[in-house]
Design a protein around this ligand. Structure first.
Ligand SMILES: [Zn+2]
Length: 169
């Protein structure tokens, strides 16, 4: 499980560069030590010390996106009072996939709402929720992996917050 974060002082593959700090929910955490660093096939990981605590930061090179992992003290930052985490099961993910016509990769001009709006509609849940997919979702049109935040095009329009947000043409 991970949360998207903003990281200072790191702009990709350069020598002697390291994350200097990260921001989550408007709170800045200064990093004063990088204790470890390793790679997976699709991401780079940093074990860092900040606020006297230990966090794991994940850098996705392809997406150029940072995330905070829930390992070590990161778990504390996941417990935010205003956000409820909802794990989305396979059945709901398949249903949400059936409700989309395309994604930002194949239908860039029409993919305008994030996939989690569709999940909220499938689960009939609104507001203050962070969806965690129990398995990966894919665009039914082009097969590209879709995350909670990927812009998608709904099939024939869906109801979000009581009004129709998008209509397929
Ligand atoms: Zn697609």
């Amino acid at each position: 499980m991970s949360l998207p974060i903003h990281v200072d002082g790191y702009s990709g593959w350069k020598a002697n560069e390291r994350p200097l700090g990260f921001e989550l929910d408007g709170v800045h955490h200064r990093i004063y030590a990088v204790e470890d660093q390793w790679y997976s096939p699709d991401a780079q990981y940093f074990k860092v010390r900040a606020d006297g605590k230990t966090y794991i930061l994940r850098y996705d090179e392809r997406q150029d996106e940072w995330a905070l992992d829930s390992a070590f003290d990161g778990a504390e930052l996941f417990q935010r009072p205003d956000v409820e985490f909802v794990t989305v099961g396979a059945e709901a993910i398949r249903e949400a996939e059936r409700r989309i016509a395309g994604c930002e990769a194949c239908r860039p001009a029409h993919a305008q709402i994030p996939f989690d709006f569709v999940l909220a509609d499938v689960l009939d849940k609104q507001g203050g929720l962070e969806f965690v997919l129990s398995e990966s979702a894919r665009c039914p049109n082009c097969g590209t992996p879709v995350s909670e935040n990927t812009p998608v095009e709904p099939q024939g329009g869906i109801e979000v917050g009581g009004h129709l947000v998008s209509q397929s043409v």
